[in-house]
Write a protein that binds this ligand. Structure first.
Ligand code: GLN
Length: 479
């Protein structure tokens, strides 16, 4: 067996039993990425030397019988908007191309304490804005299942790295679907945690009230394991919950689904949903029914307004968060080789030159939505819809334990198919944005494939119900 194809749990067991070493796994991962990342382009940076050193240290601990955790010696890939001290962090943007992180994100600190190894930083749409990685300033990532198709986005590099077995698992970030949609397109598992369960300290902010870091893995059990390491309260992120922690249980899979009530929202199964995606979902729903789950129709009446609300709240926060890229404090600046006449010229010209089109579009949308004359009509209205969407979920979760929907309305699409028309790209997020607006957890699980292209199913639950999602998700994965 190729060691790079192991799951986290398989690797943890083998390392504990001494069947292979951490160094063996790291070498297997590098040999696979050297062979095919030229075609896939999942990585922006690879840390060969560091990773080998870390692996040898982990092997010493494992041999001495004192591993730091179940993840000790296990190699991961990290989305390039999460800071690792001393490493470049570009967020997929020219404006941060020369930027080197001066501290570790909290999730990186936690993974370091657990002995995990970082193989490299993965590609993403610039500042995590997109659904295909075509907006990366460093060129797109290709889908390992069909290199003529996009891997989804914005965590497309992480999803492709896991699917192509360049690493055993990865971290992504999700503001409106950026973990779940690429997980679905690449045939892997992705979790967007409950807002406030995973620290955002050291994540380059896109839209702070929506952003969460989460695991991207080969199996549901692996997602649960990685989540247990990164979850928890953090004094450096005031939005983390005091009881954010999560404990991993190896055999947490539900044997019996008869107590589980699964809701199907009619608003997610209507117009725009690809028939082939629909057929795969019907199949999974039938399997859940066979296993005793109670399937119920539910309604989320404000769901159709979700995308519009998201594309007002998100750019508003983007316009504020990205104001810090001023050509002085971080990264690239026109002042390096030109002689600007004042601060404003540095500010405007740096941003004009180094931000890509999609980023500039969203900053403009955001500043417009927040401007005095339009604030009530756009931003305030979107926030009111956000409250309604949250209430819809609260009502639905009185009747059901989980809500099942497609992750994406469409199959992985081809390069260039949606880049000319931003609205058609935004429509790729139609089923994922509501979970971010409501702050609830959502898990994408591989559900089948059409002509070799993967299709994912999404499970949403009430806040802090990740354990239930893993239980039902594990069953869907096995069936
Ligand atoms: N695709 C969505 C967008 O473009 C989601 C991005 C994300 O979750 N980071 O905004």
């Amino acid at each position: 067996m190729e060691l790079n194809t192991l799951t986290l749990l398989e690797a943890a067991r083998g390392l504990r039993e001494g069947t292979f070493t951490s160094r063996d796994i790291v070498e297997a991962c590098f040999s696979e990425s050297s062979r095919s990342d030229g075609e896939i382009h999942a990585y922006l940076d690879v840390f060969q030397e560091d990773a080998r050193k870390q692996a040898d240290l982990a092997d010493e601990r494992l041999q001495a019988g004192v591993p730091k955790s179940m993840l000790d010696g296990i190699p991961l890939a990290i989305k390039d908007n999460i800071l690792i001290s001393g490493k470049r962090c570009t967020a997929g943007s020219k404006i941060l191309e020369p930027y080197v992180a001066s501290y570790d994100a909290t999730v990186i600190e936690k993974l370091n304490l657990s002995g995990a190894i970082f193989l490299g930083k993965t590609n993403l749409d610039e500042f995590a804005m997109g659904s295909s990685t075509e907006h990366s300033a460093f060129g797109p990532t290709h889908n390992p299942h069909d290199v003529s198709c996009v891997p989804g986005g914005s965590s497309g590099g992480s999803a492709a790295a896991v699917a192509a077995h360049f690493c055993l698992a990865a971290l992504g970030s999700d503001t409106g679907g950026s973990i779940r949609q690429p997980a679905s397109f690449c045939g892997i598992v992705g979790l967007k945690p409950t807002y406030g369960r995973v620290s955002r300290s050291g994540l380059i902010a896109m839209a702070s009230s929506l952003d969460q870091i989460g695991p991207m893995t080969k199996t549901v059990a692996d997602a649960s394991l990685l989540f247990s390491i990164i979850a928890g309260h953090d004094p450096r992120d005031a939005t983390t919950h005091p009881h954010a922690g999560f404990s991993f249980q190896d055999n947490a899979s539900l044997q019996d689904l008869s107590d589980i009530r699964v809701g199907l929202p009619k608003e997610y199964f209507g117009q725009g949903l690809d028939d082939k995606v629909r057929a795969i979902l019907d199949n999974r729903i039938e399997a859940l029914k066979q296993k005793g789950a109670r399937i119920k129709d539910v309604s989320l009446p404000h769901a159709p307004a979700g995308l519009a609300a998201y594309y007002l709240v998100m750019p508003s926060e983007v316009s504020a968060n990205l104001a810090r890229f001023d050509g002085i404090r971080y990264g690239a600046s026109i002042a390096r080789n030109e002689s600007p006449k004042d601060f404003w010229e540095i500010y405007f010209e740096t941003r004009r030159k180094y931000f890509g089109n999609e980023v500039q579009r969203r900053i403009m949308l955001g500043t417009f939505a927040l401007s005095a004359g339009y604030y009530d009509a756009f931003y305030l209205k979107a926030q009111k819809i956000r409250v309604r969407i949250t209430e819809d979920f609260e009502r639905a979760f009185r009747d059901v334990d989980v809500i099942l929907t497609p992750t994406s309305p469409v199959l992985p699409f081809r390069f260039g198919e949606r880049t000319e028309d931003p609205l058609s790209m935004y429509l790729a997020d139609i089923y994922t944005v509501s979970a971010n607006l409501a702050g609830i957890p959502a898990l994408s699980i591989p559900a089948g494939s059409v002509g070799g292209l993967p299709v994912g199913v999404q499970l949403m639950g009430k806040a802090f119900s990740e354990e239930v999602l893993f239980g039902v998700g594990h069953f869907i994965e096995q069936s």
